[in-house]
Design a protein around this ligand. Structure first.
Ligand code: 3PG
Length: 212
């Protein structure tokens, strides 16, 4: 199995972060590492995303850092140049999937229907994001989709929190979950990195408890 996918499975929870100021990148990465979640999906919703990824990878090479909300080839190029180890998008754009795979790094496109999954399989993917997870039917929907597509593993994201994460992680076809609850933009903007570390630790403890 791809080594990045293995790291994501091992971490179990991928914090989905929005970094407005690149000066927040390192304290945030430190809090996540100290809390036991050495992983981040840095979303390309802000102009600081690429430089934040570069700074984090330089200072914390052990962290698994990917780019999220990647919608264009230009963003793929920026993400790869900054050291992103994986790419995530909210939906499945075959042109973007193919472009990322040509770069040789894992791509997790958003899916939420059988047709989306069949398109992903056709493009050679067996790991997909399931987005937006809770509004799209949550765990019962993932189980229903997992039945016919026996090789597919899911990264649900959207509406996952400390209350329901245990249930998601308990299902073996979920490779990992994504979420913002431990890295809420407000926590980052207010530089509450101790709080982020505490929330990361609480989340990492659930991964340990459920997955050993
Ligand atoms: C995202 O922002 O990509 C996801 O919707 C994260 O969802 P969450 O804020 O419900 O975790």
């Amino acid at each position: 199995m791809n080594e990045v996918i293995e790291k994501l499975k091992k971490t179990g929870i991928v914090p989905v972060v929005v970094i407005e100021n690149e000066e927040d990148a390192l304290p945030l990465a430190r809090a996540l590492c100290n809390g036991g979640l050495p992983c981040a999906e840095v979303t390309f919703r802000t102009s600081a995303a690429a430089s934040a990824i570069r700074l984090i990878k330089e200072a914390y090479p052990q962290m698994c850092v990917g780019a999220g909300t990647v919608l264009t080839k230009q963003q793929v190029d920026e993400a790869v140049a900054s050291g992103s180890e994986f790419i995530v998008s909210p939906g499945l754009n075959p042109n973007i999937v193919t472009y990322v795979l040509e770069k040789g790094i894992p791509m997790l496109p958003g899916t939420c229907t059988p047709s989306d999954i069949e398109r992903a399989l056709e493009l050679g993917l067996t790991q997909v994001k399931f987005f937006p997870a809770e509004p799209s039917g949550g765990l019962p929907m993932i189980k229903a989709l997992a039945a016919p597509y026996v090789d597919v593993e899911f990264m649900p994201t959207g509406g996952i929190n400390i209350q329901n994460v245990r249930e998601y992680l308990s299902y073996k076809r979920i490779m990992c979950v994504g979420g913002t609850w431990m890295v809420k933009p407000q926590l980052i903007q207010e530089k509450r990195f101790d709080e982020i570390e505490k929330l990361a630790r609480e989340a990492a403890d659930i991964v340990k408890e459920v997955r050993g």
